[in-house]
Design a protein around this ligand. Structure first.
Ligand code: NI
Length: 182
């Protein structure tokens, strides 16, 4: 199993607009395995976008099923994802493997309709809400070169430094923030 290196802010490559996937070949399938392992190795680990590991293609993995009492679609491979409808908005706390030291309050749509291909190129549609909808909006931003810190209304009021209570060497994933890590 190989883990891929995560690009972190302010790496300028994170601003890249990713290209659509056109080949659903063995190379893609192998990349998806490495990408999933990398997502699950991270703190939180509910989602990852290919550009976070330096692959500038429109690929997102999402699995919010570990969160209690929320509606979700399980473990999703979302290729060339597109949001076609949005409804409502709410503010919520987000974190990101590419912005490891901070969390932030971001306004996102509450409900959305998503179209995406799976790993074989077959088109699917999803109605998402709440946490899962927030997560996909966050990941889709990565495909367009945006981070959650680009969405803050006010850096002064909506950006929070993570407070690590235990030494980083002994507890790399322990943090006081119950934030979403994506
Ligand atoms: Ni992220």
């Amino acid at each position: 199993m190989s883990l891929l290196e995560i690009l972190t802010y302010p790496d300028p490559r994170l601003k890249t607009i990713s290209a659509p996937v056109t080949e659903f070949d063995a190379k893609l399938q192998a990349f998806l395995i490495d990408l999933e392992n990398t997502m699950r190795a991270g703190p939180g680990g509910v989602g990852i976008a290919a550009p976070q590991v330096g692959c500038f293609q429109r690929i997102v993995l999402l699995d919010v099923s570990s969160k209690p009492k929320i509606k979700h679609h399980g473990n999703l491979v979302l290729i060339n994802p597109e949001i076609t409808q949005w409804e409502g908005f709410e503010i919520g706390r987000e974190g990101c493997m590419s912005v490891p030291d901070y969390t932030g309050n971001v306004i996102r749509a509450q409900y959305l309709h998503l179209m995406a291909q799976d790993q074989h190129g077959i088109q699917h549609e999803y109605d998402m809400e709440g946490f899962e909808a927030r997560a996909i909006q966050h990941e889709l931003d990565h495909l367009d070169g945006l981070l959650f810190i680009d969405r803050l209304v006010s850096r002064r009021h909506d950006l929070f430094r993570r407070k690590v209570y235990v030494s980083i060497q002994t507890q790399p994933h322990l943090s006081s923030e119950k934030a979403i890590d994506r």
